[in-house]
Design a protein around this ligand. Structure first.
Ligand code: UT7
Length: 331
């Protein structure tokens, strides 16, 4: 019998060994542990070593997710990596990850929609499985943001971290994908972008002299957008699923700032214990932040069979997205 549903069969995470604390920044930036803690909620973040790149983290998270799902890489039909810090501008990091896993010949592609990447990826991956195109899809959110952040810019350096979270999706009788809401407004890309390295501003000595290879962000503008988009994406996705806010068992928001999460959660009137927050440990890992938080909750057995999990992301684009998922216990 053809299976028309989809479930998550494994969820795992990986972060590089090197940890950078708020106190570490005090050594070279005009900042304090207190400022960072109060304004962001962050305490630590993991940063890649010089010889580490995004596919290394994606690979580790993918291996662990496959192990949890009791599957071999060859059992996967399609590999997707959501990232804005690929190993190279091209080829896609997903091709490299699939090859390192020994799954040459399978479909592999990247999704580059920044902090909304995992939500877009989950929607696409679930669609591929539910429509019968593929039986199993491996989706990884993975970033090495430390390599594109200006470490001498206190307004961005403290925010970003590296890591990866992976899920294995597989066809199932019961459908765990309940609804999705995706959106974008690219009218002001400069609000949050990496200016140099694309076709509008190729890397050159001049662009490097101006530091255009680094993340630039209008923090306050993005903050306001983040709160409103988190609320509206949550409400739209819930309505599409035919559920109310009270039926959310766990909210997993993109981990950009504790104050953003608190403001949205207050408006949504969700009890604090239902909101998963781990940014004190990882900072903002863009497309990796939601799957890392999901994997941690799965490891800790916090999420149980039948729980409604709402995942919501927002970021560069500007872009946003929310997915409502009914959890199905791992085997
Ligand atoms: O994942 C993608 C989405 N990204 C986000 O959602 C990030 C959204 N934005 C934010 O999280 C916040 O805007 C920030 C954490 C980036 C900044 O917090 P803020 O409360 O909006 O601060 P601000 O930018 O308004 O800056 C306030 C002051 C400024 O000084 P003046 O101009 O008031 O004298 C900054 O220069 O804080 C200063 N400042 C710092 N001071 C100490 C900025 N960064 C630091 C720092 N340490 N690290």
């Amino acid at each position: 019998m053809a299976l028309s549903g989809v479930r998550i069969a494994g969820a795992a995470r990986y972060a590089p060994a090197r940890v950078v604390t708020n106190e570490d920044f005090e050594r070279w930036l005009e900042t304090t542990d207190e400022w960072i803690t109060v304004r962001t909620g962050m305490k630590r973040r993991h940063w890649a070593a010089d010889d580490e790149a995004t596919s290394d983290f994606a690979l580790e998270a993918a291996k662990r997710a496959l192990e949890q799902a009791r599957l071999r890489p060859q059992d996967v039909d399609c590999f997707i990596v959501a990232t804005v810090t690929p190993d190279y501008a091209f080829p896609a990091t997903a091709c490299i990850v699939a090859a390192k896993l020994g799954a040459v010949g399978k479909a592999a592609f990247d999704i580059g929609i920044a902090c909304s990447g995992f939500i877009y990826g989950l929607t696409v991956a679930a669609g591929l499985v539910r429509s019968g195109v593929y039986r199993r899809v491996l989706l990884v959110g993975a970033e090495t943001l430390s390599k594109i952040v200006n470490k001498d810019d206190r307004s961005t350096a403290i925010l970003f971290g590296d890591g990866a979270g992976a899920v294995v999706l597989e066809a199932a009788e019961r459908d765990c994908f309940l609804a999705s809401e995706l959106g974008a407004d690219g009218s002001v890309p400069q609000l949050l972008f990496q200016q140099a390295g694309g076709s509008r501003c190729p890397v050159s000595h001049a662009s490097i002299d101006r530091g255009l290879q680094y993340i630039q962000m209008e923090g306050r503008e993005v903050f306001k957008f983040a709160v409103t988009s988190m609320i509206s994406a949550t409400d739209v996705a819930l309505a599409r699923a035919g559920l109310t806010r009270h039926e959310i068992d766990f909210l997993i928001p993109h981990q950009a700032n504790r104050r953003i999460i608190d403001a949205a959660v207050k408006y949504l009137e969700l009890p604090r214990e239902r909101v998963l927050v781990n940014l004190a440990e990882y900072g903002n890992t863009s497309a990796a932040s939601i799957p890392i938080a999901l994997a941690e909750a799965v490891e800790a057995n916090r999420i149980g069979d039948n729980d409604v999990v709402l995942m919501v992301g927002f970021g560069a684009g500007l872009s946003w997205g929310a997915v409502v998922w009914r959890w199905s216990a791992l085997r």
